[in-house]
Design a protein around this ligand. Structure first.
Ligand code: NAP
Length: 306
């Protein structure tokens, strides 16, 4: 029996054969150009590595820290199981700044890189304290990085595609990083959790407006991972108990959602919230069960979909 936030009984905490970019998903994203925001460390870096292993030909790494981006590039290129080496582009970008995101897409145009896959991963978590204690600037920063920082890259990608096409010439996948917290109400998370709910709704809008024009949008939970963001913002007891997932799980799951060979299984989840903890084969089974039913229509209200 699944519970309120998980639709599969079997949950994963590390990469497993069905989503392994070194195994079942090797070369599954061949030729794709992938843009990852917040790619300098943590889940974003692991995701960029997963796409390199899955055969992506261009990987665009962005964040504000140049040194972390360079180190992520070195980590990708030193992966021993890479097939052909991808071209890696680095651009320091602040996802909350329209000027900065526009400059990123201008650079991609000059380089003739048309993004096929956008992973909106950059994120921020304020110190999780009660509303009357929280720092206003920090609370709002969470909204800016998570929500505006998801909107801007999506806006500019869609602009590059749809200013001259009615339908995307080739499928575009946009994965927005949500959180299981977007489905729950935990004291102290009054900034972060609603931003993730907003991201779920935004992905739903991307699907509603562009789903029939070749855009595949998802929002997803990347697991509970011990990263700088989590360590900074989360209460220590949660850091100890909830951060049990490897970032490679999220990377493999994003590749699974993107791989053309699995579109027939994953398309039912477009516009919806999914979780990297879910066993993908069980999730695919569940997707086939709900396709065309009431449960599919009200997917965001996860409690109704168990
Ligand atoms: N860790 C978890 O347990 C967990 C759970 C659920 C969801 N998530 C989500 O997963 C995503 C990745 O987080 P993480 O845990 O991997 O944290 P992380 O290791 O701290 O990485 C966050 C990334 O976002 C970038 N970033 C932050 N502000 C930015 C800005 N204004 N412009 C551009 N890039 C910015 C950071 O780079 P710079 O600082 O160099 O800019 C960094 O590369 C986030 O959306 C987070 O909410 C994480």
């Amino acid at each position: 029996m699944s519970n309120a936030v998980n639709i599969t009984e079997h949950l994963h905490h590390d990469v497993y054969p069905a989503i392994d970019p070194r195994g079942a998903l090797k070369d599954s994203c061949q030729g794709k150009s992938v843009l990852v925001t917040g790619a300098g460390r943590g889940i974003g870096k692991a995701t960029a590595i997963a796409f390199a292993l899955a055969g992506a030909s261009n990987i665009v790494l962005t964040a504000r820290s140049q040194s972390e981006l360079e180190s992520a590039r070195n980590d990708i290129l030193s992966e021993s199981q890479l097939g052909s080496k991808p071209k890696i582009l680095i651009q320091v970008t602040d996802v909350t700044s329209e000027e900065s995101v526009k400059a990123l897409f201008d650079m991609l145009e000059r380089e003739s890189v048309q993004v096929d896959v956008l992973i909106n991963n950059a994120g921020y978590l304020e110190k999780t304290v009660p509303i009357h204690v929280t720092d206003t600037a920090e609370w709002w920063k969470t909204w800016e990085v998570n929500v505006k920082g998801t909107f801007l890259p999506t806006h500019y990608l869609l602009k590059t595609v749809f200013s001259s096409n009615a339908t995307a010439p080739t499928p575009i996948t946009i994965i927005c990083t949500s959180s299981i917290g977007g489905l729950t109400t935990r004291p102290g998370f009054s900034g972060y959790q609603p931003t993730k709910t907003a991201i779920n709704r935004f992905a739903e809008f991307v699907h509603t407006e562009y789903g029939d024009k070749g855009v595949r949008a998802f929002s997803y939970h990347p697991g509970g991972v011990l990263t700088k963001l989590a360590e900074y913002g989360m209460p220590p007891e949660l850091v100890r108990t909830a951060l049990i997932d490897k970032p490679e799980l999220a990377g493999g799951f994003c590749v699974f959602l993107t791989a053309p060979g699995r579109y027939a299984d994953t398309d039912v989840f477009r516009g919806k919230y999914v979780s990297c903890n879910w066993d993908v084969e069980d999730m695919v089974k569940k997707g086939k069960e709900i396709a065309g039913t009431e449960d599919e229509a009200r997917w965001l209200l996860m409690k109704l979909v168990t």
